[in-house]
Design a protein around this ligand. Structure first.
Ligand code: ADP
Ligand code: MG
Length: 518
């Protein structure tokens, strides 16, 4: 894990101290009471929160969370913020319920198709030894970015990666499948050119395609459903390997796709190349998903041959988890879902992943503006535009420990076009970001706890984690660890969350290496 813990603790302590100082100053100046008033207003819609912890009894909350409730009391007393706190708080009890329910859902998905968790067999039946060698191409379509990689496996867990990165435009995401796959082929062609390689020489590649795929073989799979803002036509129910092979042929590139890989599976496998204790791969990027190593006898729906390893990597597609009686779904989540390209789908993903966290915050801020509690009731054109409050802004705001919250001011005024925000406005915005960010990390931890529990590997397990949210969102990893401790007690120490290094590209190359002969 490359998070600098002492620095983080210093930052947190300083931040808390400064926040407390600001609160003291504001309180003294306004003469406001420093205690939060109890709020008894029910949630504004019929959201059922049987165990949501009120702010006045934070026993079930992790330490970091308890330290961050320094919202000016003269604002909190008005009502909306305490309600938000109740709605976004996920108690230990609720997390525990969620773990139990998720384990059950995993079992259902392993037994039969058609359940919420698809639990897709990946056809990846072996994990690397760390001694594999050779050079392999990989493509990685994650959601926001598309990368073309040349991975050299050097043995002893060492790899070298050369890559180019491209943004997938909204036009491509929502246009025709043909245009999308032609774009991929074009990027590969350019990459070969850059490397000075002849496109007519035969090569193979691993294709990381991070959408729900029904896999038929290691090199064949049909798209079951688009998500993360994609809706390109002619791809649903089609074999994406065939589509890519066709586009490559059309572009006169002699490359064949030999492995179709989900990014979570790639993350798991690439991390296992250097750490054999890795049994889980998780993504917190544009979307969220997890894969893990399952014993074949635990997969009743598997009717294929029993692999010699007697294990198979399962792609859980956990982003689809949607149990309303367990997840703390708020009216803001519902609004976001209704307006999304895939309503009623990927509910868990919409509560924890990079594509949506900023959008949840945006919905909350608009609500606070509508009640006049924020920005004197004035919004901006950017803030009223969907998806314009990026999750990366939350990271900036949560990292802002300055007395005046000056970076938050820059985000709100310079980027979002809000006028003359006050320190009080900015502290409320920061608090909303914390609520949404903490909830995301805690729900993510419940997902990890469920997988480790299902595998019965509470004694030792490395979880490889990839994705910009885990990598860049301040405190995300530590908040997850806190929640894991609440859920698993002392056993949580055996679960190591590790930042995966470029998992998906390397993993696809490794899987192409492991399974290239098939
Ligand atoms: P992909 O999902 O395409 O593999 P990433 O793992 O980079 O790509 O995830 C992209 C997502 O991460 C985007 O939804 C973006 O909002 C979010 N993101 C990017 N930078 C940050 C950041 N600094 N903090 C939090 N989230 C971020
Ligand atoms: Mg990715």
């Amino acid at each position: 894990m490359d998070l600098d813990t002492p620095l983080f603790i210093f930052g947190l302590t300083t931040g808390v101290a400064l926040t407390a100082a600001v609160q003291y100053f504001i309180s003294a100046w306004t003469g406001a009471k420093t205690q939060h008033s109890k709020d008894t207003t029910p949630p504004r819609d019929s959201v059922h929160h049987p165990d949501a912890s009120p702010i006045t009894s934070p026993d079930a909350l992790p330490a970091i969370r308890r330290q961050s409730w320094n919202v000016p009391s003269f604002v909190a007393a008005e009502g909306t913020l305490p309600r938000l706190e109740r709605e976004f708080t996920v108690s230990s009890h609720r997390l525990q319920t969620m773990v139990r329910h998720l384990v059950n859902e995993m079992k259902k998905g392993l037994a039969q198709d058609g359940h919420t968790l698809k639990m897709i067999p990946s056809y990846v039946i072996s994990r690397p030894t760390g001694f594999e060698t050779g050079s392999f191409f990989a493509l990685d379509l994650g959601g926001s970015n598309f990368r073309v990689c040349l991975v050299t496996l050097e043995g002893q867990g060492q790899t070298r990666v050369r890559q180019t990165k491209h943004i997938v435009s909204d036009e491509l995401k929502t246009g025709t499948g043909e245009a999308l796959f032609d774009f991929f082929a074009e990027c590969i062609g350019k990459f070969l050119q850059e490397l000075g390689l002849n496109p007519s020489e035969p090569r193979s590649l691993g294709f990381t395609f991070s959408f729900p795929i029904e896999q038929h073989a290691i090199n064949s799979g049909t798209l079951m459903q688009w998500n993360k803002g994609f809706s390109a036509t002619g791809v649903l129910k089609a074999d994406v390997v065939e589509l890519l092979n066709k586009a490559l042929k059309k572009a006169h590139i002699n490359i064949k796709v030999t492995a179709l890989v989900n990014d979570t599976v790639g993350t798991l496998i690439s991390h296992a190349y250097r750490d054999p204790q890795t049994y889980v791969g998780v993504i917190f990027g544009t979307g969220t998903n997890a894969a893990y190593v399952e014993r074949i006898e635990e997969i009743p729906k598997w009717t294929g041959p029993i692999p010699p390893t007697k294990e198979m990597v399962i792609n859980t597609e956990w982003g689809a988890y949607d149990e309303a009686s367990v997840l703390p779904i708020t009216s803001f989540d519902r609004d976001l879902d209704r307006a999304s390209t895939n309503p009623r789908k990927q509910i868990f993903e919409k509560m924890i992943s990079g594509m949506y966290l900023g959008e949840i915050v945006r919905h909350v801020l608009l609500d606070l503006i509508s009640t006049g509690e924020l920005f004197k009731g004035r919004s901006s054109q950017t803030l009223t535009t969907p998806y314009q409050f990026e999750t990366a802004y939350m990271s900036r705001i949560e990292r802002d420990h300055s007395l005046e919250l000056s970076d938050t001011k820059a985000v709100l005024e310079d980027i979002l076009g809000l006028q003359a925000t006050t320190v009080q406005d900015r502290r409320i915005v920061k608090h909303v970001c914390e609520l949404v960010g903490i909830r995301a990390a805690r729900l993510s931890a419940a997902g990890v706890a469920a997988i480790v529990t299902k595998m019965n590997r509470l004694d030792a397990c490395t979880v490889a984690v990839d994705g910009s949210v885990f990598q860049h969102y301040p405190h995300f990893a530590n908040r997850m660890r806190d929640a894991l401790r609440e859920l698993l007690g002392i056993m949580a120490e055996n679960i190591v969350l590790e930042q995966a290094r470029d998992g998906s590209g390397e993993g696809a190359a490794l899987i192409a290496a492991l399974h290239g002969h098939e």
